[in-house]
Design a binder for this molecule. Structure first.
Ligand code: ZN
Length: 174
């Protein structure tokens, strides 16, 4: 498994719409392994392939709080079949928008259809944190970031600050 570089906003690649995976084979499984490793290394609970620059409709998640007992979840070509009209609010962050957090409303429950690690079709009805995480990650597949839900002013400010951070040279300690 390899830890890959996570792309951060602003970056045009993050705005791409990811492509449907035709077949879940060794290459896709290797990608999912790398994504999971990269996500754990960055202390995230979810990661979409586009965040490491691969425009494929693949998501990995692990919302288990216990680091000893990992519970990785893999979603290939996820589709939302139904959503709740009731919404829930979480303060969201994103590995591609480092150090910024904001409250986002999303449907509380959703039913999704996807392929698992072995390419088997699955249906999952979920709510709470998992439902929110899946929806956040599925937004990545459409090139959407959580800051897109904020006011234009707030979003512009965050993107500006992130661009400034990028201009700084890398700090090295030798
Ligand atoms: Zn994200």
């Amino acid at each position: 498994m390899t830890i890959r570089k996570i792309l951060t906003e602003p970056n045009k690649i993050l705005r791409q719409v990811s492509k449907t995976v035709e077949f879940v084979g060794k290459e896709e499984q290797r990608l999912m392994d790398d994504m999971l490793e990269t996500m754990y290394h960055a202390n995230g609970i979810g990661l979409a392939a586009i965040q490491i620059g691969i425009p494929k409709r693949i998501i990995v998640l692990d919302i288990s709080k216990n680091k000893e007992k990992k519970n990785p979840m893999y979603f290939v070509n996820p589709v939302i079949n139904s959503k709740d009209s009731e919404s829930s609010t979480y303060e969201e962050g994103c590995l591609s928008v480092p150090n910024y957090f904001a409250e986002v409303d999303r449907p509380k429950k959703c039913k999704i259809q996807y392929l698992d690690y072995n390419g088997k079709k699955q249906i999952l009805e979920t709510d709470g944190l998992l439902a929110t995480c899946i929806q956040h990650e599925m937004d990545h597949l459409e090139g959407i970031l959580f800051i897109d839900y904020l006011s234009k002013l707030k979003k512009t400010m965050i993107v500006k600050k992130l661009s400034k951070q990028k201009e700084k040279p890398d700090r090295i300690i030798v």
